[in-house]
Design a protein around this ligand. Structure first.
Ligand SMILES: NC(=O)c1ccc[n+]([C@@H]2O[C@H](COP(=O)([O-])OP(=O)(O)OC[C@H]3O[C@@H](n4cnc5c(N)ncnc54)[C@H](OP(=O)(O)O)[C@@H]3O)[C@@H](O)[C@H]2O)c1
Length: 315
């Protein structure tokens, strides 16, 4: 019998790449992979072809290319790329294109990589954090959360996947420890003493594969995933052990983080404040035991550090 095709957007990136590898590393998988990239000739795309994926050109901003990509498919993994443009409105429109194309293609199972609409927790007139881009609290969360309705209203058989803070941000996103003027290493985050849900980026795709394997059981459900929930002090202690030098958690107010001045600092400052003030709600939906059932290889922070600690740049 021919395998059921899963179309993976963001296939050369963190979330989609993890899903592509999870499916293709399973020789007995009932699924085949159609990996979508804007450039099928890139080195990363060629690596996916070598692994056994069908690589197809597509761009989330070109709805016709989404429709072409979904032809004859069973399911799709939809992720949007906020940090490529920083616009929540654009991200919401991209998700709407995904939902419309999924309906037209008659897909049987979609995973939409979404996040909370923070405005449901902190209304726009709540001035504990500034309103950004005119009508958002955490633009890269709110646009995704707002877009959930497109999938629901169109009757797309969807699992709503809420990932956690990637620990890989300590390597690639400038979130790692920095040397202070006193020469000591500081992990500077505005998360108070709250335990924050984190995950190895590679594990997100493995969880998504677990969701596709479960199938109908998880359609219409929101699934949060995390590898571990740790406070700033706990993350700093684990890093100290892994790096072989003391890392000190530097707890700063969200307002100070927002004013750091790099692009997106205000969005991330609001996000960390949300993590801090709503940790119970966020962690409840990102249950580690449930996550491990989807992905038995799920890593905790120590395991992630063992593999990746040496790659954290110390500036
Ligand atoms: N960092 C975190 O802690 C975190 C946590 C939860 C959620 N998220 C969310 O994760 C999302 C990003 O996912 P990711 O981390 O997997 O991304 P990523 O690693 O940055 O990879 C994105 C991939 O998507 C492709 N891409 C970029 N623009 C595209 C477009 N217009 N059309 C089609 N493909 C495009 C690129 O591939 P090609 O160049 O090959 O086309 C790229 O390899 C963001 O929206 C972010 O908010 C992040």
């Amino acid at each position: 019998m021919s395998k059921k095709i899963i179309v993976v957007f963001g296939a050369t990136g963190a979330q989609g790449g993890g899903l592509v590898r999870a499916i293709l590393n399973d020789a007995n998988s009932e699924f085949a992979v159609r990996a979508i990239t804007r450039d099928p000739n890139s080195d990363k795309a060629k690596e996916l072809t070598a692994l056994g994926a069908e690589v197809v050109a597509g761009d989330v901003d070109d709805p016709a290319s989404i429709s072409r990509a979904l032809a004859d498919a069973y399911g799709a993994y939809f992720v949007t790329f906020f940090w490529a443009h920083f616009s929540a409105e654009k991200e919401t429109a991209e998700a709407a294109s995904y939902a419309q194309s999924a309906t037209a293609a008659g897909l049987k199972h979609v995973i939409w990589s979404t996040l909370e609409d923070v405005r449901e927790y902190v209304p726009l007139d709540d001035d504990r954090m500034p309103t950004l881009q005119g009508k958002y609290k955490v633009p890269h969360f709110d646009g995704k959360g707002e877009a959930d309705k497109f999938f629901t209203e169109a009757g797309v058989p969807t699992t709503f996947l809420r990932a956690s803070f990637y620990w890989d941000n300590f390597i690639y996103f400038g979130s790692g420890p920095k040397k202070g003027e006193d020469g000591k290493l500081y992990l500077t985050l505005p998360i108070g003493d709250a335990p924050v849900a984190g995950i190895a980026a590679e594990d997100i795709g493995k969880c998504a594969y677990g969701i596709f394997k479960k199938g109908v059981e998880l359609i219409g459900k929101t699934v949060g995933i995390a590898g571990e929930q740790l406070t700033g002090n706990q993350m700093a202690a684990a890093m100290s052990k892994s790096l072989g030098q003391a890392v000190i958690y530097n707890k700063i107010p969200a307002s100070m983080f927002r004013s750091l001045g790099f692009p997106g600092a205000d969005d991330l400052g609001n996000m960390f404040q949300f993590y801090d003030e709503f940790a119970d709600e966020l962690n409840k939906i990102r249950d580690v035991v449930t996550t491990r059932k989807l992905n038995p290889e799920l890593q905790n922070f120590d395991q992630w550090l063992e593999k990746n600690g040496k790659r954290i740049p110390i500036e």
